[in-house]
Design a protein. Structure first.
Length: 207
C-alpha cells in the first residue's frame, strides 16, 4: 500500500449527506474482486446519464475537479452496505483523502485499509473548507493534507488541524495494510512454523 504523508491536490466539494456505498459504486459494478478498473464507475449515477454521457453539473466532471484527490463530503459518508468496492473505486479514481463531519463505521475502517485517509471535522470546518474549494478564486486550487503534522492547508493559506487514531495514522504513514502488518511478524511466524514442523510433523504431511 502506498504511504500517505503529505498530499497536495485539488479538493472537490460534494456537500451531500448520507452518501451511501451504492451511490459511491452501484451494485451492478460489483462483479469483480479486483481493486483496479472501478474508478470509471465511481458515483456512476451522478456522473453519467442513461446514455453514458457525462452530466456536466457533477463536480468531478468539471475541468477544475477532474483530477481531484481530496473529497470534501457531507455527514454520514459511506453509509449503507459494507461493500469494500466503495473505497476501491475511490482509490482507483485517485481519491486519497475524504473529509466529512462523520463516516459510516465499516466504510471508515475499509478506507484506511485501502490507503484512504478519512478526516472527521466539525460541520462548520467542513463547510468552510468546502466553500474554499468551491469559490472562484480557489476552485481547482491545491489543498495540502499533512498527516504527519495533522493539518489541512487551503489554497488561501487557511489552516485546520485534525487528529486520527494512532494505529490508523501509523499504518498510513508506513503504507501498511493488513497483509503488511502481518508480514512485520514474518520472522516470528517462520520460527513458529519451524518449531511446529519439528514437534508436530504430521500436520505438514500430504494426504
Amino acid at each position: 500500500m502506498e504511504k500517505f504523508k503529505v498530499l497536495k491536490a485539488v479538493a472537490a466539494p460534494l456537500p451531500l449527506v448520507n452518501v451511501d456505498t451504492d451511490m459511491i459504486i452501484p451494485a451492478r459494478f460489483l462483479k469483480t474482486i479486483k481493486r483496479t478498473g472501478l474508478g470509471k464507475s465511481l458515483f456512476y449515477a451522478m456522473r453519467f446519464d442513461e446514455t453514458g454521457a457525462e452530466k456536466p453539473d457533477f463536480v468531478l466532471n468539471k475541468d477544475a475537479y477532474r483530477n481531484s484527490k481530496i473529497l470534501i463530503a457531507g455527514d454520514n459518508f459511506g453509509c449503507g452496505s459494507s461493500r469494500e468496492h466503495a473505497p476501491w473505486s475511490l482509490a482507483d479514481f485517485g481519491i486519497r483523502c475524504v473529509i466529512a463531519p462523520s463516516f459510516a463505521d465499516i466504510f471508515y475502517g475499509n478506507s484506511f485499509k485501502n490507503g484512504i485517509l478519512c478526516i472527521t471535522l466539525p460541520q462548520a470546518q467542513v463547510d468552510m473548507l468546502s466553500a474554499k474549494a468551491s469559490t472562484g478564486n480557489t476552485a481547482g486550487g491545491a489543498f495540502t493534507v499533512d498527516l504527519e503534522n495533522g493539518t489541512i492547508t487551503a489554497p488561501d493559506g487557511a489552516v485546520v488541524t485534525f487528529s486520527v487514531d494512532g494505529t490508523k495514522r501509523n499504518n498510513l504513514l508506513n503504507g501498511l495494510d493488513d497483509i503488511g502488518i502481518t508480514m512485520q511478524s514474518a520472522d516470528k511466524i517462520g520460527a513458529f512454523e519451524d518449531k511446529q514442523r519439528r514437534e508436530q510433523p504430521w500436520l505438514y504431511q500430504s494426504a
